[in-house]
Design a protein around this ligand. Structure first.
Ligand code: MN
Length: 433
């Protein structure tokens, strides 16, 4: 029997929480350790052969001593039990230049001969084969995150003059790179003779859900992939990393395991009291069943994060005294506290009439919510009268679009012309470089 635990995006690091108060920051860092602990237990209970981390072990290339220590302990736990650990390089693991060495590469040096056999850090398109406890063989091919700079080589000279030509050329260049990437992946796959084949990839796939509600439609700054390009590759299972929402892509054996805890309000557990089953956290167990690999989710218990929208109209509330109790009630309904020891983080967006803005006591509300047991409170006040201006047109040159946009926003007329003048000056300066 073959059993693999697929996880990704551990993002171990305190630096994620620097904007929080010290107590909340400490608790949030413990959330990461708590998830790592749960993963260890799942691996033991399920008796897995391999723990596959599909990229982004640390939150930054140079992790803190703490982050490094805690990952080392996590790693040692598996290696000592002769469980293979395979790590694919993610964008957060990648040093700024290729001559620099990432910390993950250096771990090998410290391992004993036995541990060494179970630690596999794959930083390029490469492959390894492992043998499971009952002598089945599994071939793993790595497709790490590919750096942005690759795309721009060779298109720089054309950049300023022919916008369209640039896009075409750029796309052609990316297509070429991708063709080469797939050629190498399939080459590595063909090199191995095994019972099963698994691809581990840290890549953005178009059409999947990165974190927030909307889908990912591509980006100009990185190599993106189509689900059909990746999931059709000849593998029994494709273990994806990079996007933080757990989801299948393209087919049943092509999964993003998602992050192991909620990093930001972009992956909320509740929106206005509605539980988002989509952003549940977990790891994926891939196992052999009836001669093929199938997958199932094992949940991780993580701290809740909620998004709450409040609208406070004039007539319900006195303009000078805001009924804090009433607001608290409504927030607590929209962001329930189920485990007092694991108080949720809550982001409250309050829509207020302009007349109430000055009297709205954000500080007291925050303090009251903390007293109720929330770990971290973020309050954003929006004025009801604020007009949201539309960005004019995608096809308009920036020097025309910007003045048009500035003229459409709600600021004094005299100021507008001033702002436009400054903006155009900056654009000219930037474009000269
Ligand atoms: Mn990533």
């Amino acid at each position: 029997m073959v059993k693999i635990l697929h996880t990704a995006d551990l993002h171990i690091g305190e630096d994620l929480f620097t904007s929080l108060g010290s107590k909340a920051a400490e608790e949030r860092y413990k959330d990461i350790l708590d998830s790592l602990e749960q993963i260890k237990q799942i691996a033991v209970t399920e008796n897995v052969d391999v723990v596959l981390v599909a990229g982004d072990v640390f939150n930054r290339v140079l992790p803190s001593g703490n982050a490094s220590l805690h990952f080392s302990e996590f790693l040692k736990f598996f290696l000592d039990k002769q469980i293979h650990v395979i790590i694919i390089r993610g964008n957060h693991d990648r040093p700024a230049n290729d001559s620099a060495s990432e910390l993950l590469k250096t771990y090998r040096i410290l391992l004993s001969r036995t541990q060494e056999n179970y630690f596999h850090y794959l930083g390029k398109i490469e492959s390894i084969m492992i043998q499971t406890k009952d002598k089945r063989t599994v071939g793993f091919v790595a497709l790490p995150y590919y750096p942005v700079e690759l795309e721009y080589e060779g298109v720089k000279d054309a950049e300023e003059i022919f916008q369209r030509a640039k896009d075409v050329q750029r796309q052609a260049r990316i297509d070429e790179i991708k063709k080469e990437i797939f050629r190498r992946v399939e080459g590595e796959r063909a090199k191995i003779k095994a019972d099963y084949y698994i691809l581990g990839a840290h890549i953005p796939i178009i059409g999947s859900i990165p974190g927030s509600e909307r889908r990912f439609y591509g980006s100009r700054s990185e190599i993106t992939y189509g689900a059909n390009e990746v999931c059709r590759l000849p593998f029994d299972y494709i273990a994806l990393g990079h996007f933080h929402i757990m989801q299948t892509v393209g087919s049943d054996n092509c999964w993003y395991s998602g992050s192991v805890f909620r990093l930001t309000f972009d992956e909320p557990s509740y929106i206005d009291g509605r539980r988002l089953s989509r952003s549940e956290k977990g790891v994926i167990i891939v196992e052999e069943r009836n001669g093929k690999l199938s997958s199932r989710i094992t949940p991780l218990n993580t701290r809740d994060m909620c998004l709450v929208h409040l609208s406070l109209p004039n007539r319900t509330y006195d303009t000078t005294i805001i009924n804090t109790e009433q607001i608290l009630d409504s927030i607590m309904k929209k962001c329930p506290i189920y485990e007092p020891t694991k108080g949720p983080c809550v982001k409250v967006e309050v829509k207020l009439p302009n007349t109430m803005r000055k009297t709205f006591d954000r500080y007291t509300l925050e303090q009251e919510l903390l007293k109720k047991g929330y770990l971290h409170v973020k309050i954003e006040v929006l004025s009801e009268e604020t007009k949201v201006s539309q960005v004019v047109s995608k096809s308009l040159p920036v020097k025309e679009a910007l003045p048009k946009y500035i003229r459409s926003i709600d600021i004094p007329q005299a100021l507008k012309e001033e702002v436009i003048k400054e903006a155009l000056k900056i654009i000219d300066e930037v474009m000269e470089e």
